[in-house]
Write a protein that binds this ligand. Structure first.
Ligand code: NI
Length: 506
């Protein structure tokens, strides 16, 4: 944790954090905050009416692993369009780059987002775009603002009053960089920090106290290995620089700041020490006698998830859902519906990173953060996880086991992204399914949702019963840390290292 320093009576802090740098809102009145000043404000997305998550790309294509999603807000179509265009641009830039020939690992692209502010007046969406290609993992941050009073989408610079105010902000931040000796670079060139390019100021956000936080991309200032570099400009200094939208944004942050983690009840609510998740209808079917199949849906919830639940309900079918933690926090209502309708909710990590490329601490964080969001939503803790891209090694299985989860893969792939015609998806699933199959699908694809009625009708005709994954094993309880590919195939962690030395391709 960096030390606070004082210049001319103003506390300045430059923080270099590898993490996402987000903090949940805390009371504005209670100062000083215990959190680090560049930890930015974060709003619970489930409070925003009409918010859904759109997934632009998920899965592996041409040896590249990509996951890109962004929020869509009903009533703010211009914001949704800009977010889509921004993510699309980044994705195209990534896909068009040449893969270095000698690389042993699959290049990866990942977009994670958070709400930096939300009120009747403004919305702020911060995108974190990460990519690995030739020089390791690198993240950039962009924050877009939407002013609901005049329905305009603004870049972060739109929070600043005018050019003169931007020049002042650039100078203040540059002075702090100089004081800290943080090098500012353009490619390999070292620049004078006092001449920072205003174009670098594309992620302006606030901490819960209302100080303006300026975030840089990895490698823009400092070295790439430094990770996130951000400067918090105290509100007394930054407030006079703000535009009308900037003032609305700051007001949204400060007024939404609420006490959290302050009572015993908050601590209980925040705990993941919840009863294990299970289907409310578990035990109805004996898969030793019945022809059972476990349909599984990853990466959601998406815009079509509610419709999928309607279809499953019509057939009395149950499924296992592997939502992302980020999606769970945005749409807890859909997770509660899954639970209430007899489905099983499991864990597909927070933001869909290839776990085999992460440190053990980061693997734990990806699983734990999602576990927390899901437990908050449904009051139960998932006992199953599925690694994004099927990327699994012994270490990942160990972490999952340590958190009380079994690893679930699949033996039937619907290939619902590769060939997304609903008829073709249904055809493949029906042709490939056998008793005890675990079928991989994605409820973020409309075509997959469209294929559901035919899949359910034809497999019902073939005598199948649709159960959740643990029911395939009946009384043979699934064990934490073990790997399950189908009703017939369970692998111990010890055998994993021998038979699956690395990531498996979905
Ligand atoms: Ni996935």
């Amino acid at each position: 944790m960096p030390k606070k320093r004082f210049i001319g009576g103003i506390a300045w802090v430059v923080a270099m954090l590898a993490g996402c740098g987000a903090a949940t809102a805390s009371p504005a009145t209670r100062a000083p905050l215990p959190s680090e000043p560049t930890m930015i404000n974060y709003v619970d997305p489930s409070v925003v009416h009409g918010l859904t998550i759109r997934t632009l790309s998920t899965g592996e294509r041409g040896g590249r692993r990509m996951h890109a999603s962004y929020p869509a807000v009903a009533g703010a179509p211009r914001l949704t369009d800009r977010l889509r265009d921004t993510v699309e641009d980044e994705l195209h830039r990534f896909t068009w780059r040449k893969t270095p020939g000698d690389t042993a690992v699959a290049p990866e692209f990942n977009v994670d987002w958070l709400l930096a502010a939300a009120s009747e007046e403004v919305l702020g969406v911060r995108l974190r775009v990460g990519r690995s290609m030739d020089a390791g993992w690198r993240e950039s941050r962009t924050t877009l603002w939407y002013d609901r009073t005049d329905r305009r989408v603004l870049d972060s610079a739109g929070l600043i009053r005018d050019d003169a105010a931007m020049t002042t902000l650039v100078r203040l931040v540059g002075q702090e960089m100089t004081r800290r000796g943080t090098p500012v670079r353009l490619g390999s060139l070292r620049l004078d920090p006092l001449r920072l390019d205003p174009a670098m100021f594309d992620s302006l956000v606030f901490n819960p106290r209302g100080d303006l936080v300026v975030e840089f991309d990895d490698g823009q200032v400092g070295s790439r290995a430094t990770g996130r570099v951000a400067v918090a400009v105290p509100s007394a200094v930054s407030e006079p620089l703000l535009s009308p939208t900037g003032l609305r944004a700051r007001r949204a942050v400060v007024s939404s700041a609420r006490p959290s983690g302050t009572s015993e009840q908050d601590m209980l609510d925040a705990s993941t020490d919840k009863p294990p998740a299970r289907s409310s209808r578990a035990g109805e079917v004996d898969c030793a006698r019945a022809r059972c199949v476990a349909l599984t849906y990853d990466d959601g919830p998406g815009p079509g998830t509610g419709r999928l639940l309607d279809v499953l309900g019509r057939y009395g079918a149950r499924a296992t859902f592997f939502p992302l933690g980020s999606g769970a926090s945005a749409r807890p209502d859909l997770l509660r519906r899954m639970r209430d309708e007899g489905h099983l909710v499991a864990n597909h990590t927070w933001s869909h990173r290839d776990l085999t490329m992460l440190t053990t601490l980061m693997v734990t964080s990806q699983l734990d953060r999602a576990q927390h969001a899901i437990a908050q939503a449904i009051g139960q803790a998932p006992t199953l996880m599925r690694p994004p891209y099927g990327g699994l090694d012994g270490r990942v299985a160990d972490v999952a086991g340590g958190l009380g989860m079994s690893v679930v893969r699949w033996n039937v792939n619907a290939d619902d992204r590769e060939d997304p015609a609903p008829r073709a998806i249904a055809e493949r699933v029906v042709a490939r399914t056998g008793p005890g199959s675990i079928v991989l699908m994605h409820d973020v694809h409309d075509a997959t949702v469209d294929a559901a009625p035919e899949i359910l009708r034809r497999l019902t005709e073939a005598g199948y019963t649709f159960v959740t994954v643990p029911e395939l094993y009946g009384r043979r309880a699934m064990r934490p840390g073990w790997i399950y590919d189908s009703g017939a195939a369970a692998t111990s962690p010890e055998r994993l290292s021998a038979s699956y030395p690395g990531a498996m391709s979905p």
